[in-house]
Write a protein that binds this ligand. Structure first.
Ligand code: CTP
Ligand code: ZN
Length: 163
């Protein structure tokens, strides 16, 4: 292997380090990784495991983001919430460096406390102690309908309104 090639290989290794044990959320649409972290409540939380974020990584399907949570196996209900903004994401559970489980996230029927309604007049935006709640009424693109005012929200607008 030529010297340049070796350096290139090394660079790749460093960029996306494998984890020993935990959860890898792969195939996140480019630019959504931080919002996924927010939905999973992995920001501002007193966490004691390593979280790494890779953004704008090259893949065969174009650019993507990847999230790795080392030392924690996230459960499906938590992860399905991210399907609202990252419907193509794949969840990999890693044990002893091997992927032991791989699945696609699934859209939940309801989205509670994840995004806020875009309608300023909606009762969920009036300082009432209400948790914003939406019914998932469409898949492609993901479409949410507010339980309080029935305003619909889809695609980019959903990720713009993550709480
Ligand atoms: N991964 C990791 N640490 C490991 C094993 C895997 O961080 N010890 C990551 C890989 O870098 C990849 C994801 O977990 O981002 C899935 O790994 P794998 O199934 O080996 O990759 P692919 O076959 O490319 O996955 P897919 O078919 O889902 O694209
Ligand atoms: Zn509303």
């Amino acid at each position: 292997m030529g010297e340049e090639k070796k350096i290139e290989e090394k660079r790749k290794e460093i960029k996306i380090t494998p984890i020993k044990q935990g959860t890898v959320i792969d195939h996140i649409r480019k630019g959504q990784a931080l919002k996924v972290l927010r939905i999973l409540d992995l920001i501002d939380k007193d966490i004691d495991f390593i979280v790494s974020v890779a953004m704008n990584v090259n893949s065969s399907m174009g650019k993507k983001d990847i999230l790795k949570v080392e030392g924690l196996e996230l459960v499906n209900e938590e992860l399905d919430k991210i399907s609202l903004i990252a419907p193509e994401a794949t969840v990999n559970i890693v044990r002893n460096y091997e992927v032991v489980r791989k699945h696609r996230v699934e859209l939940p029927k309801m989205a509670k406390g994840i995004v806020r309604c875009r309608n300023n007049n909606c009762i969920s935006n009036q300082n009432e102690p209400l948790i914003p709640e939406f019914e998932v009424v469409g898949k492609d693109p993901v479409t949410l309908k507010c339980e309080y005012c029935e305003r619909e929200m889809r695609g980019e607008k959903i990720s713009d309104n993550v709480i």
